[in-house]
Write a protein that binds this ligand. Structure first.
Ligand code: NAD
Ligand code: 3PG
Length: 400
């Protein structure tokens, strides 16, 4: 029976790894994997010529060269929503720490070590005014990026008694259905920022969002004294622009999950060490979702939650002998070409499913009989074809 070689990069929760059965050989030191499960480490594709798929146990895929993967016919998955609640909770925890001076007040309490109880009490009551903070209730929050996390942050803002604006130029219907109707959808960055006391960023890092938070079209519109929160990715924020905004009191504070040379030690900046998704629950959710996606693709060619290929899931019926999958550039004539090559060889197609995402087309072709290697090779060498796979169906009691 075919066994798939899986490489794990980073610590992947055991609840996910445990889902790999005897059809999979899982090893962090695997040098020739067909599948990879990874968190935030950078993935280099040149080292892995037989790689079929990468599952990112998390949301952001900026550590994976997605365009290169597409060209090589490598499917990239992520785990949408699996760590969203962890980030939502930490956004409000960190904002609360910043607003109530919790970090400095803890340091102060630790400094009382060695005093007796009367002395401690006297110091506490005399000095607590230094740590006076402010509340979230009654303030206004602007959320940029209304995806799995942004929707949660926006809804939670209402629960904290705030007025909430949301801005997202490409919202997904599924996410917007979960957004409370009390959140105001802003039509521009300016509208979202003009009244916001707190601004929370929740978009992916890509070539369009690199340096998104800078003076022009963003900081120029903030209400003086706003607090900027970034639990998305460090490079979305232009650090020099934020430092200048803090120096001029345009921003009052910055809360970030991405420490840097420029941010560390700054009195108005609170940083956490990329902790957004680091909870037991979220690590388990991400790992189990990532492993299920990878297994489904390697064993059946099904695609669920891919960021570069169209999503298609079909179950082979009992009369299917061989499942062939073809990844192609989205161009005319591909379905006819594949069907003709199979037809010329008298291979009966039981089911043909095709979908495009505008860049890549994906075909699942369930055949009644075996598909000889020379037929696969002929399809693979046609212009526009990126990759062809014959999926072993031994799992269903077949030998191919
Ligand atoms: N700090 C952490 O540990 C942590 C954890 C999880 C996710 N993240 C980061 O948060 C990002 C968002 O995660 P998610 O699960 O909500 O993803 P998601 O894909 O569900 O949502 C992202 C949203 O951002 C929107 N968007 C894209 N470009 C935009 C722009 N220019 N302006 C406004 N909105 C824009 C998209 O339309 C989408 O709705 C991830 O890509 C990842 O980088 C960080
Ligand atoms: O994009 C994500 O899901 C987060 O940044 C989490 O990254 P991590 O898995 O390395 O904690």
């Amino acid at each position: 029976m075919k066994q798939f070689k899986i490489k794990t990069i980073n610590a992947i929760a055991k609840e996910g790894i445990g889902l790999f059965d005897t059809r999979f050989l899982v090893d962090p030191s695997e040098t020739d994997p067909e599948g990879i499960v990874v968190r935030s480490s950078k993935v280099e594709l040149t080292q892995f010529p037989n790689l079929l798929a990468i599952a990112r146990a998390g949301a952001g895929v900026n550590n994976i060269p997605v365009e290169e993967a597409t060209e090589k016919g490598i499917c990239v998955f992520n785990t949408p929503g699996a760590n969203a609640n962890a980030v939502v909770e930490l956004v409000y925890t960190s904002l609360g720490i910043w607003l109530r001076n919790v970090e400095k007040s803890i340091e102060f309490c630790q400094g009382l070590t060695g005093m007796n109880d009367d002395e401690i009490n006297r110091e506490v009551e005399a000095r607590k005014k230094k740590f006076k903070g402010e509340e979230m209730a009654g303030k206004t929050m602007a959320v940029f990026g209304l995806g799995k996390i942004g929707v949660g942050v926006a809804n939670a803002g209402l629960h904290h008694g705030m007025r909430v604006f949301g801005f997202d130029p490409f919202p997904a219907l599924d996410n917007i259905h979960h957004l409370s109707p009390e959140v105001t959808l802003a039509r521009s960055r300016k509208e979202a920022l003009a009244q916001a006391d707190f601004i929370s960023i929740h978009m992916p890092l890509n070539k369009n969002t690199h340096g998104y938070v800078t003076e022009k079209d963003f900081l120029e519109f903030v209400k003086p004294g706003a607090v900027l929160i970034n639990y998305a990715r460090g490079p979305i924020v232009d650090e020099d622009a934020v430092l200048a905004a803090l120096a001029s009191d345009k921003l009052r504070g910055h809360v970030s999950d991405f420490p840097s040379v420029k941010f560390l030690g700054h009195d108005q900046i609170l940083v956490t060490p990329h902790l957004g998704a680091s909870t037991s629950e979220s690590e388990e959710n991400c790992a189990t979702m990532a492993v299920k996606e990878l297994k489904n693709y390697l064993e059946f060619g099904n695609i669920v939650h891919s960021v570069n290929f169209p999503n298609i899931e079909t179950i082979p019926t009992v009369d299917v002998h061989t499942r062939l999958t073809v990844i192609n550039r989205d161009q005319p004539g591909m379905i006819a070409m594949i069907s003709n090559i199979l037809g010329d060889k008298h291979i009966n197609i039981k089911n043909y499913t095709n979908k495009s995402n505008g860049t890549v087309g994906y075909n699942i072709i369930d055949c009644a009989g075996p598909v000889p290697v020379d037929v696969q090779e002929k399809i693979a060498e046609q212009e526009g074809v990126l990759r062809v796979r014959m999926i072993p169906l031994e799992i269903r009691g077949r030998q191919v």
